[in-house]
Structure formats: structure tokens, C-alpha cells
Design a protein around this ligand. Sequence first.
Ligand code: NAD
Length: 446
Amino acid sequence: MEFRSLMMVIDQFLKKIQKRQTPVGIIGMGYVGLPLVLRFCEEGFRVLGFDVDSKKVAQLKRGRSYLKSISSSRISQFVRNGLLDVTDDFSRLTKPDCIIICVPTPLTEKMEPDLQYIEKTTEAIRDHLRKGQLIILESTSYPGTTQELILPQLESTGLKVGTDFFLAYSPEREDPGSKRFSTFQIPKVVSGVTPSCNKIATTLYGQVIQKVVPVSSPRVAELTKLLENIYRSVNIALVNELKMLADRMGIDIWEVIEAASTKPFGFSPFYPGPGMGGHCIPIDPFYLSWKAREYDFTTKFIQLAGEINVSIPYYVVSKTVDALNDRKKSIKGAKLLILGVAYKKDVDDARESPALAIMDLFQKRGATIRYHDPFIPSLPTFRKYHFKLNSCPLTQPLLQRMDAVVVVTDHSQVDYTWVVTHAPLIIDTRNVTKNMKQWKRKIVKA
Ligand SMILES: NC(=O)c1ccc[n+]([C@@H]2O[C@H](COP(=O)([O-])OP(=O)(O)OC[C@H]3O[C@@H](n4cnc5c(N)ncnc54)[C@H](O)[C@@H]3O)[C@@H](O)[C@H]2O)c1
């Protein structure tokens, strides 16, 4: 295409975006895709959501939410006014001018990237690709995914990137459970494969996000996301290791972190816990270690952080065993209540939660497990774990019947003072008992 006619195509695309005349397709109606759908609808874009899960599609079409963090009314208003439609019919991918991919990127059993969701989505887009479409990947992946995996597939149609269609990467930075930052407020790193892709993608996000941060290539954007998560993983591992040392030295690591946090520069606090959880921090760093092998490079920090964080559930179990032993009780046959199974505070998501590893280790040692989590009424089947358990009501008789209560997730709505008052022994992995000195004989920090 001639330079001048390309400029005209781009100019028209930008004008259509600014006038909200570009329907947006979002693939993957999960924790990342759904908030993004609503953000576009709020700004007046017509959105077509795609998902392979027909139950989710049916629920959304009825205006119902399946995520605690999103109310049904936020969805139903856009279904009613016609801005939002949802489908599992991928032939409708020809309709949107802009398509954003938010599908899962987990690991295989061998801790290698499981790219099947991105691959299947790319095939579906390829089969329906038409001139003038913008495709953006938001799923977290290794540097090179957009240009090495997606681009060749899309260009196999004979259409050319940067002129016939446009391709970009922009990582998601959602902070589930946090009310501090909305999707609008979290700056968005964006990069297109060509300058025209960049211009169109940054203009699109500029309509719905307060600050767009363009970077020079999709690989930079892909590595930016991984750096953010590796930074967390390494720092969490560091405080987890120091927690174990401090415990041996008879020092409370939480008090140390609080004191260090008073330094007004050069220190950002990270907090220890029961082990790494969620679908990002335990997983994403290994996308980079895997890719690094192609460059004869070993990512030692990532491996070490992974090793330490994976060992923490064992530490929590060993502290529980010791605490029971001190009370002349055995772990075999012990009645344990796990308080919180979500991977973090105030979320309804137990994927990759350290609670699952801890419960499994307790069960293997002969303990009887129950759990309470106001956000997780029953435990679904996970990749590695199959517990057939429902959350039990948190009552005084239940607490009194237990040999120990293990606090794994520090949900805001639980009254920990009340729990500590009625339970015989508390294993606290989150410092919820910080101000309960009067009960210190029955509290074990782990
Ligand atoms: N959840 C977070 O906090 C978060 C934050 C930043 C980045 N991410 C990244 O965003 C991506 C999506 O994560 P998520 O938490 O939203 O996952 P999710 O599991 O909540 O949602 C993914 C959705 O995609 C659907 N899906 C799977 N295969 C599909 C296909 N071929 N076509 C259409 N839909 C398909 C699933 O049914 C599901 O509804 C991942 O790469 C993740 O690492 C997640």
C-alpha cells in the first residue's frame, strides 16, 4: 500500500475509534477480560465478548456476573442498552474492528508455558481475519509471543501487518480484590508491531485508560509485565526466607518489616505469607526461564525464588506439627480448620492458592481438614488437587472443636480477635494476630 493511502486508512481508523464507531471484540471473559469489557462499554463502545465456556456466555447474556468483584447490575445495564453482547460463535470475529485477547497462559505439568489457549485463539482470529482489524494480545507471555507466535499465523492469510491489519501487545495489570486502583487508573504499557499498529493501539487504549505508556516493541512490553511479576516473586521469596531465619533467632519478622518501612527511600515492604499464590506470580516468571534457555541463559533468581516460595507451605505445616507436639498432640488425627483458601485477601479465586498445598500436606499426614472462606463456598477441582469440601460456617462450637486454626488468607470480613478468643491454637501466616499480645500463648506465627 502506498504511504499516502496508508496514512488515510490510519487516520480514518483513529477517527472511528474516537467516535466510538469501532466495535471491540474481547476474547476470554475472565478476571481480565470482563473488567475490560465493562470499561469499553462505560466509554460508549459496542463490545462483543467471546468465550468457549457456554455457561459463562449464557450468564453474561442474562446480565449475570460470576465474579465477586463485579456486580450483575454493572453488566446488565450494558446488555439492556445493547452495548454488550457475548457469544461462543467465533465466526462473529469478523464483526469487531478491534480484537483483544485475554485468554489463560498457565504452565504445563513440567512447568513449561502452556500456549494452547493463545494458539487456539490465534487460529480462530486467523480464520476470520479481514482487512482493517486491530488485534491486541493482553495475556501474559514470554518476550516474542506476539511476533513469533501470532504474527506468522495472521500473515499466513496473505494479509500484511501494519497495512492490511494491525497487531499489538499490551499487558494486563489488574489487581484483583484491591479497591485502590480502577482499570481506568492503572497505566497501560502498549506496543505495536509497526508504527501504524502502535498509533492505533495507543489511541484505542487512550479512550478508556487514563495513561497509556507506549514502548518501542511488543517484546519490551511482554518483558515489562514479566519484570513486574518476577520483582514480586523474588522479593516475596526474600522475606519468606528471612521469616524462617528470624523465627529461628526469636525475632518477629513483621516487626522488622514495619520498622524498615519507616525509611523514606530505598525500601519497599514485601510481606511473608503461606507461600506464593494466584495465577500470575507462581506462573509467569517460568515463562521467562523457559524462553531464556533458547539464549543459553539460566535465570537463577527466578529458580531460587520459586524454590523458596514452594517450600513455604512445608514450613507452615512443620510449625503446626511442632505447635501440636508442644501441646502433646499429634498431627495424625488432628482436627484443623483452614481459615481462608483464596490465594489472597478479599478475592473469590483459589487458583494456585498456597492453601491447597497446605491442606494436601496436612491430609497426607493424617489430619482432618475443614475450611472456612466467605468468598469460596466450595472448592472446585484444580489441576493438582481434588478436595471435595465446602466452606463451613465459622461458629464458636466449630472453633472449640478444632485442635488448631491455620490462618492462610487474611480476609477483611473475618473477626480474628473473636477467632483467637475461641480457638485453642492459632497458626498465623498473615500477622492477623499482631495486636493480640494477651493471647500469645496460643498463637504461633508461621
Ligand atoms: N487475573 C489477573 O489478576 C491477571 C492479571 C494480569 C494478567 N493476567 C493474565 O491475563 C490472562 C487471562 O487471565 P484471567 O485471570 O482473566 O484468566 P481466566 O481463567 O479468569 O479467564 C480466561 C477466560 O478465557 C476463556 N477461554 C479459554 N480459552 C479460550 C479460547 N480459546 N477462546 C475464548 N475464550 C477462552 C476461559 O473460559 C475464561 O473464561 C492470563 O494470561 C493471565 O496471566 C491475569
